[in-house]
Unconditional design. Structure first.
Lengths: 443, 480
């Protein structure tokens, strides 16, 4: 199926039925996944989808739709239902027209035809090597997922937009277990030649080995060093909070903070539609506006929210190329590099923890940023700058705004993080965060 | 829905020589309306329709999906899935086998009176406006400064068939209502949701669900209660005390610390790199995990439930599963593959949320079973304690042992009477400590709707979580 043709046909049909503003994105998505556990394969998955995303307005009434039912007749039926539903709505008092093109779009090299063609046994061969590596490096058993994805997106709009783009990514998410101890490894790349799953497998095994001998620890307030995996999990929530939709909805801890110091002055956060290695590459947003580099936080100061054309008008700002028709959002987040090494960060800790992975971050109060999250896999107790022993059962219970201000140092080394628990790809260093509350369960 | 397309996939798979093949035509039509600060956001219409195919060949399992529903495309898909299964044989551990089960045939559906296809989007928006009118002025001096209200309907239709004779058509409509609110008091902002805990009011059924749920009354009462809650300033006592938990908290605990760890695929390590494993092991059936008052079940067959189904995604007839009985681990949740490994029968826990998602072991409606106590009787037995009626923040570790729930609406209990509101009491407790501390259960079983996340790619499955009020003895609460 030709995505350009499909998008154009749907747009024509929308206009014929009365849509005044309309945009259509036709996406062809191809995914192959291989999952393994206990050192053996559990399932392979092959998914080929065509999905059409539609925005339409009539008389200031607005509706959006998506369909994965892409035959011509089904698309016509879908458009008809969409338009008929749209006509029933009431006009929106905050209506804005779709941005008018034509636009000039960024270019990128984040497409690798070798990932899209995915030779016969490519993932199976990787899986065998990864499992072998985990065991050779000391692991007892391993579980993980290798995923190869390719997508082609075409957008057309009544604003004169007509553009297509392709991108690819290949991902490994792996855990290595030694009895109750475990280590985590990630490999994320847009190209096969920079995909290094064996390094990730080795790192996971090494962390698992170090995590075996656990020692005691107590609840309290500590300095913590967090890996890029943990940092990315937290930073993705900063990206979400930067959405003007979250601000308007009252669920952002960045509300009312524009041009204020919201983080330590070491901290700069940028969102990119396109940057080398970005795992969610987009050259246009859902309104057809070119994506760009948005400096959300610069040296600790909140510089902008992320906008689509609708939120931009209400905030008296310009679109940042971040649409979501309803909610603008980040594409690929980047935290600036620091100047230190991981060892230097660890040496700065008087008493605290080094945390390599986490999951299940949940907020008590989205508006104030109070939350907790659970470290998982390897974590270590540090005393006087030295790693003393592994620990388990920690929970970070703090406030994200407070922690952003308590970042004391970051590393020169950064990694792209994108996995099951981090859904906005994020390039980030290791971080030393002072004065973080750590709790443990009773019983 | 052209059922022959699924039959074609099964017949073609058999002609290629697979040991087992199943095909599922799966369509879900969703409509979502949002009202943000009294103003409608664009309405959302989503139509997901395609075919998922799973084959087993010499013990290797492969899944694939397409939404190009032509004969050639489906044959290509079956060939691709077969090819992937063959290519993975060398990486197998134990060959995957399925338990022998009676295969379902026929048509099943959730009860539905007012078809959702007949509900227009403005009717849905009007409901949100009525709800907004009930709460927009806030309560008790607490302003509801920002409000995001949502109503969603979905109609899920499936045709499932496999090479062992299953042929099942189904239809499950669902309605859910949820919200995010920024409540402002004394210069401080608090996130609350109605219902609390990022949950939803939701049932399977047609638009009559709205009448059953009576969201206008619920939003007004809950808005008032939660407004009072955000004014609370009292810390909970920090010594061990008795704790009464409301049904919303109890339901979530049942889901997180009993339901998830009982998923047999987790126990076997299949979700190890994603949602994690389990404190329960292959030989943990019969293990005492709690007091004689700990009873947890999961039941897909509850009428009107969000997790309602009568046959699972492997053609097996659904039934209630008792997970904890009198404090003892009683049963795991199984699909046919894990049932075979455990030398038992499937209890029909295999679910998939879309055509392009592999069927995996899921909960349906997980709950603590009700007991004999009235709420007043539960209170009577408490000299000093805290009643945690609802929560916001929660999480649990990836073997389901270390969990935390932070109260939203909570009260001090003194001499059997509710007193002042308590601010954000933290229940942070291990799973055995929690279930061992249960000493009494109320009669008042209640459910809330939620979306349960699991799988890779992620699958958010509609579920109910529920329970009665329960009482825990000698629990140490925390504060932020």
């Amino acid at each position: 199926m030709d995505t350009e043709v499909t998008a154009s046909e749907v747009l024509d049909h929308l206009v014929r039925l009365g849509a005044e503003d309309a945009s259509v994105i036709a996406a062809q998505i191809w995914e192959r996944m291989l999952r393994f556990n206990n050192n053996a394969l559990s399932v392979t998955k092959s998914i080929k989808d065509v999905v059409v995303f539609v925005y339409a307005s009539i008389g200031r009434r607005r509706i959006i739709g998506s369909t994965s039912n892409p035959t011509q007749n089904a698309l016509k039926d879908f458009v008809f239902r969409l338009i008929e539903s749209c006509k029933m709505l009431e006009p929106n008092p905050h209506y804005t027209h779709l941005p008018k093109g034509p636009f000039s779009y960024p270019t990128h090299g984040n497409y690798d035809p070798k990932i899209e063609s995915c030779e016969e046994s490519l993932l199976e061969d990787y899986a065998k090597q990864i499992i072998d590596q985990a065991i050779q490096k000391g692991g007892k058993r391993t579980a993980g997922t290798i995923t190869a994805e390719a997508s082609k997106l075409s957008i057309v709009s009544t604003g004169g937009v007509r553009q297509s783009d392709r991108s690819t990514r290949i991902l490994l998410n792996q855990r290595v277990f030694i009895d109750d101890a475990s280590g985590h490894g990630l490999a994320c790349s847009t190209h096969l030649n920079t995909f290094n799953p064996l390094k990730a497998a080795e790192e996971a095994a090494q962390y698992a080995k170090k995590a075996v001998n656990r020692g005691p620890w107590s609840e309290g307030v500590y300095d913590i060093v967090i890996s890029p995996t943990v940092a990315a999990d937290l930073i993705q929530h900063v990206g979400e909070a930067a959405s003007a939709f979250a601000v308007e909805s009252g669920i952002s801890f960045l509300a009312d903070k524009l041009n204020e110091q919201v983080a330590c002055d070491l901290f700069t956060l940028i969102d990119h539609g396109v940057v080398e290695g970005s795992l969610n590459t987009r050259i246009f947003d859902d309104e057809g506006v070119p994506t760009r580099d948005n400096v959300i936080i610069e040296n600790g100061v909140l510089k902008t929210y992320l906008h689509n054309s609708s939120t931009a008008e209400r905030f008296k700002a310009a679109s940042t190329g971040s649409a979501g028709i309803i909610a603008p959002h980040p594409w690929n987040l980047e935290v600036n590099a620091g100047s230190r090494s991981l060892d230097e960060l660890l040496k700065e800790v008087g008493e605290g923890f080094y945390i390599t992975n986490n999951w299940y971050t949940r907020f008590q109060n989205l508006r104030s940023g109070e939350y907790s999250t659970l470290p998982r896999d390897a974590a270590f107790y540090i005393k006087s700058g030295e790693v003393k022993h592994a620990v388990a059962g920690l929970r970070i219970s703090d406030s994200l705004p407070r922690q952003l201000k308590n970042i004391a140092a970051t590393t020169e080394e950064r990694r792209w993080i994108y996995w099951w628990e981090v859904q906005t790809p994020t390039l980030t260093p290791y971080m030393l965060i002072k004065q973080t509350k750590v709790t443990k369960a009773v019983g | 829905m052209d059922l022959d397309l699924a039959k074609l996939a099964v017949n073609y798979g058999l002609s290629l020589g697979v040991d087992y093949v199943e095909a599922r035509l799966h369509r879900t039509i969703e409509v979502g309306c949002l009202l943000k600060n009294s103003t409608p956001e664009p309405t959302i219409l989503a139509d997901s329709f395609g075919l998922g195919v799973r084959v087993r060949y010499k013990g290797a399992l492969a899944f694939g999906a397409t939404n190009i529903l032509s004969t050639q495309s489906i044959k290509d898909l079956v060939e691709e899935v077969f090819k992937r299964a063959k290519a993975s044989i060398n990486l197998l551990g134990e060959p995957i086998k399925f338990s022998c089960e009676e295969m379902g045939k026929g048509v099943w559906s959730a009860e539905e009176k007012e078809k959702l296809e007949d509900v227009d989007v403005q009717t849905m928006l009007n409901l949100l406006k009525e709800l907004d009118n009930e709460i927009k002025n806030g309560f008790h001096g607490v302003s509801f400064t920002n409000r995001l209200l949502m109503v969603e309907t979905s109609v899920e239709e499936k045709f499932y068939t496999n090479s062992e004779g299953a042929e099942l058509r189904s239809r499950v409509p669902r309605v859910s209502i949820s919200s995010f609110i920024n409540a402002t008091y004394d210069g401080r902002n608090h996130t609350i949701t109605i219902p609390a805990g990022y949950a939803a009011l939701g049932e399977s059924g047609g638009w009559e669900v709205v009448k059953r749920l009576d969201p206008l009354t619920f939003f007004k009462e809950e808005g008032s209660n939660l407004a009072k809650a955000v004014k609370s300033t009292l810390n909970p006592p920090l010594e061990p005390i008795d704790v009464i938990l409301g049904p919303d908290v109890v339901g979530l605990v049942a889901h997180e610390s009993s339901g998830h760890p009982a998923e047999a695929d987790r126990i076997l390590g299949r979700e190890g790199a994603q949602a994690g494993e389990s404190y329960l092991k292959i030989d943990s059936l019969g293990l005492r995990i709690g007091s004689s008052e700990a009873y947890v079940s999961d039941d897909p067959t509850i009428p009107h439930s969000m997790g309602f189904y009568l046959y699972d995604e492997e053609g097996v007839k659904a039934r209630k599963r008792r997970l904890i009985e009198g404090g003892v681990i009683k049963e795991y949740l199984h699909n046919r593959a894990t049932a075979n490994t455990f030398s038992t029968k499937s209890n029909a826990a295999s679910r998939s949320v879309a055509y392009n998602r592999e069927p995996i072991i899921r909960m349906a409606n997980t709950y603590v079973e009700p007991g004999d106590y009235t709420f007043a009787e539960l209170l009577e037995g408490v000299k000093l304690g805290v009643y945690i009626k609802s929560f916001m923040e929660w999480n649990i570790d990836d073997i389901r042992m270390n969990q935390r729930y932070v109260g939203l609406e909570a009260y001090l209990i003194e001499q059997g009477e509710l007193k002042a509101g308590v601010k954000a009491p933290i229940l942070e407790v291990t799973t055995p400590k929690f279930w061992s501390s249960v000493d009494a259960r109320g009669k008042d079983l209640q459910f809330k709707a939620a979306s349960c996340g699991k799988g890779d790619p992620m699958q958010g499955a509609p579920v109910w979580t529920g329970g009665p009020h329960i009482r825990l003895r000698s629990i140490k609460l925390g504060v932020r």
